[in-house]
Design a protein around this ligand. Sequence first.
Ligand code: FAD
Length: 345
Amino acid sequence: AIIREEEKEKIKGMNIDEYEGVWVFAEQRDGNLLNVVVELLGEGRKIADELGTELTAVLLGKDVDDIAERLIKYGADNVLYGDSEFLKVYTTDGYTKAICDLIEDRKPEIMLIGATNIGRDLGPRISARLRTGLTADCTKLEVDKENRRLLQTRPAFGGNLMATIICPNHRPQMSTVRPGVMEKAEYNEDRVGNIEKFTPDLKEEDIKAKVLEAIKEAKAQVKLEEAEIIVSGGRGLGSPEGFKLIEELAEKLGGVVGASRATVDAGWIDQSHQVGQTGKTVRPTLYIACGISGAIQHLAGMQESEVIIAINKDKDAPIFKVADYGIVGDLYEVLPELIKGLENI
Ligand code: FAD
């Protein structure tokens, strides 16, 4: 990027000691708070407590007062709630301007954003406009308390190593964080905090790209990130028909169907089912991996599951290293037995 002379001066002149507080972008869609925000509030609370500072949620929208209340109950000390007709639906221009104005005015030291489609669009825009750094797709955040630095870890080189990145000379330190990775904040009905409702300084001409109509995808979305039980199929299924068995088991257990990338690439199942580094990150109570070898990129998306059961005919398959229970055998023998067993319960 070309940085103009006056901007270079601005960066040089940045006094990072002026910046304080941890902010979380509270993404909502159609008035529904996203789960990743609750996860960011859980993580943000820990970071704020370690730094001895406050946790603030930034909420943008129109008439979403009830969400502002809930953000407090999930652990935010403050909510900055920008209420405007211009923010009713997400636009890059509107949201970027509203948040950049706030950051320039209040100077937070950390800003966390969910790595959703919107977060992945918004985060880089804000960081570029403010000339600060952004670490995308973080899977772990820690604090170097002495230097007030955020240690931001994310997979690099196709997931073959984990890189820890810092933003030493600029503020805020910005991260987008993968949904499903951090632990959720607890809801406490009795928590109190400050809600500051304001009208952002936005005009019609600030928003260059207008949303004329939003057409919802007709197919039911696979709610992998929220599922308590996931039954996943891999290349070991041998053909797309194999997913019928996976579906049957998932249905019996009240779970949803996951998949490895190999099966998605082969066209056996839709990408919305993919678990892993380039798919969804999940943290269910139970994850059953059937015919999945356990490549590092797959593990990156599911190894935080509470209980992992692996079914694989190769006793040396890497999936067994993360599994709590392993069944060495042909899935076409094991799965029908399991399904039959569940029928008798
Ligand atoms: P395989 O590795 O081929 O494993 C199949 C397994 O099935 C074997 O262990 C075999 O022993 C077993 N098997 C075969 N027949 C049977 C049977 N009848 N009964 C029981 N077991 C049987 N992968 C992902 O999953 N998610 C991602 O998000 C992802 N992102 C990636 C990103 C990058 C940048 C790269 C480079 C790769 C990524 N991958 C991802 C691909 C990953 O490296 C693996 O190739 C993929 O996970 C392998 O899928 P699999 O385990 O289904 O297939």
